[in-house]
Design a protein around this ligand. Structure first.
Ligand code: C2O
Length: 610
């Protein structure tokens, strides 16, 4: 392969990776160890770029300057999807058994890409909680999905299968960065700052297409209100086989087939009545209903408040043209994506299917109508995150985020290019969210107590924990004792409220190398004092959060890199450990971690930006 990255030489790839080009373009880079700084807050890339160009940085040195302009990073740009798409296959472990199919490319109906124009209608489409939908809304929704599913030919860009394949193509290797001269690098929108905006656009068109199918300009999607205590089950409208499809009739008039919202490839044990577990690790626990509700509140609180402290923590790490999905120093997964979002995917998918079809694999997730209701709620989390009005809750300002773009078929079968910058304000896109009865019920659920201990006695005790500098990185989460326990120096102790106004104390787990063909998950605990020799759980105060990935990947390489960030200020207050010089960090493997390694663990103060 004629392709080399800085990152292959260093466990802490520099963000400069984004400015490098391939050998074939006549631009070669050689790399020294990059700074161990996975969260370079120098958003002013000009500095980096100048260093690169002048060779001053001491990091990467250009050996040929023939392609100077190419040394500038470009935003991720989706190519023309109707001509530049290949079969998917990334992250599908049992390719032969991928019964949803890997031919995910959209139909080519001879359209050229047009610029996007904002909708001009007066009405706002108000998305509604799926568990309290009005009869009228439910009827419209079933009718529209029924047409999409049963009346459009498969090759129509609006067909149910075409819509499902969009996710497969964008998430399992259908496209490459050919539009920005990196035809060899796959485009992958998860595990990065494209997660929220890509899915917002995807739902925007999906909703308008459904509305068009029933000629209703007010049509709005339901959202699976899993953050509300009453909405934590799979909403009844997506119900079981028993509910007949009111729109399919035999000639004698009797009803035929299933509820159009039903999908048989779901975990059979998770149809109503169980409540979703937003910290799901692949195994059902025995929590009471009340405890499960409480733990779910804690998860949402962490995803939006404690771990979503700033743009990068919430949206995910920087991802630009030239970034490999497999290695990029700035790559990290956002708090909601890694937390509640992934848990719901895995909880709904059928573990008895070869690839967790449908919801537990990105290639097949779009085949479950529930996927779109789940993602409406994920999108709603972005809206609520802003509404919380907390300082630092702002979208990325970086041009490489604002100008990243995707291509979709719109409701008129036109091919349009859309940009992140145009999806920031839902009102401009004419959609919004109905208030659920108890808006943000989790808001007061700061997880400040220990309510559930893991009954298994801990095999590590705080006494024999090594400091982080004595650990050999990359480090494994040993399977025998499935814990990596380290003592990490804090940048400051006893931070005052004024200090906390200026910066957040954040724990970074860097360079997480994981097998992208598997469901991967580890939990992170801080200052777990192992009371009664018991590990704490995701329902306890010591739980910092989780790193988790729905299977997806890169055909050429099974392994991908990511990172994760966890806000510590409240956790340290609540565990009464603010005066400790070190924090004890436990990484506890939950699934798919036997070949996972991390290349660094650190705690830093990250200034809060206005
Ligand atoms: Cu694109 Cu929930 O996944």
């Amino acid at each position: 392969m004629s392709y080399q990255l800085c990152s292959t030489l260093t466990p802490f790839p520099s963000k400069l990776i984004t400015t490098t080009r391939t050998n074939q373009n006549g631009f070669k880079v050689s790399c020294n160890a990059a700074p161990q700084n996975a969260d370079n807050h120098n958003e002013n890339n000009l500095v980096d770029r100048r260093n690169l160009l002048l060779g001053l940085g001491g990091i990467c040195t250009a050996t040929s300057l023939t392609s100077l302009p190419s040394a500038f990073a470009d935003p991720i740009t989706t190519p023309d999807i109707s001509t530049n798409c290949k079969d998917a296959g990334s992250g599908v472990k049992n390719i032969e058994e991928a019964f949803r199919g890997l031919k995910c490319c959209p139909p080519n109906i001879g359209k050229t890409i047009k610029p996007f124009t904002f909708p001009t209608e007066e009405t706002i489409r108000m998305r509604w909680p799926a568990h309290t939908g009005s009869q009228e809304n439910i009827k419209k929704y079933k009718k529209a999905i029924n047409i999409m599913r049963h009346e459009l030919p498969d090759e129509h860009p609006h067909s149910f299968n075409s819509q499902a394949r969009i996710h497969c193509a964008y998430c399992n290797g259908g496209y490459t960065q050919v539009a920005t001269h990196h035809p060899e690098i796959e485009l992958s929108i998860h595990n990065s700052w494209l997660f929220f905006p890509f899915h917002r656009w995807y739902l925007y068109f999906y909703e308008r297409i459904l509305g068009k199918l029933i000629n209703d300009p007010t049509f709005a999607l339901p959202y699976w209100n899993w953050d509300d205590p009453e909405g934590m089950q799979i909403p009844a409208i997506f119900g079981t086989e028993g509910i007949p499809n009111p729109y399919l009739r035999e000639s004698n008039g009797s009803l035929l087939g299933n509820n159009p919202l039903y999908d048989k490839y779901r975990n059979p044990h998770h149809q109503q009545p169980p409540l979703v577990d937003l910290s799901y690790s692949g195994k059902d626990g025995d929590r009471t209903i009340d405890l499960q509700k409480k733990c779910n509140f804690f998860t949402v609180y962490r995803d939006l408040i404690r771990n979503g402290t700033d743009a990068k923590s919430f949206f995910g790490g920087r991802y630009v043209s030239g970034s490999e999905p497999v290695a990029n120093g700035d790559k990290s997964v956002g708090s909601v994506e890694a937390g509640s979002h992934t848990a719901v995917h895995i909880w709904v998918g059928d573990p008895n299917q070869p690839n967790g079809e449908d919801m537990a694999n990105f290639y097949s997730a779009g085949y479950d109508p529930l996927f779109y209701a789940h993602h409406s709620n994920v999108d709603r989390m972005w809206v609520l995150w802003k509404e919380l009005g907390i300082r630092g809750h702002k979208e990325p300002k970086d041009n490489d985020w604002l100008n990243a773009s995707y291509v979709f078929y719109d409701e008129n079968e036109e091919l349009v290019r859309v940009y992140n910058k145009d999806c920031v304000d839902p009102a401009k896109l004419k959609f919004g969210y109905e208030r659920s009865k108890s808006e943000m019920p989790w808001r007061k659920s700061r997880p400040n107590i220990r309510i559930e201990n893991n009954p298994k006695p801990a095999k590590v005790s705080s006494r024999d924990v090594k400091t982080v500098d004595r650990i050999k990185f990359p480090a494994k989460l040993e399977m025998e004792v499935p814990i990596l326990s380290v003592k990490v120096k804090r940048p400051a102790v006893n931070r005052t409220p004024a200090d906390k106004e200026k910066s957040n104390e954040i724990l970074f787990i860097n360079g997480i190398r994981f097998n992208s063909n598997k469901f991967v998950k580890f939990d992170v605990f801080v200052n777990d004092n192992l009371k009664d020799d018991k590990l704490s759980t995701p329902c306890d105060v010591e739980f910092a959060g989780t790193f988790a990935q729905v299977p997806h990947g890169d055909k050429r390489r099974m392994f991908m890199y990511s990172g994760a960030r966890f806000g510590l200020d409240e956790l340290l207050e609540d565990t009464k450990t603010e005066d400790e010089e070190y924090a004890i960090v436990n990484l506890v493997s939950r699934a798919g971690c036997d070949d996972l390694t991390v290349s660094g663990i650190e705690i830093k103060l990250v200034p809060i930006e206005d």
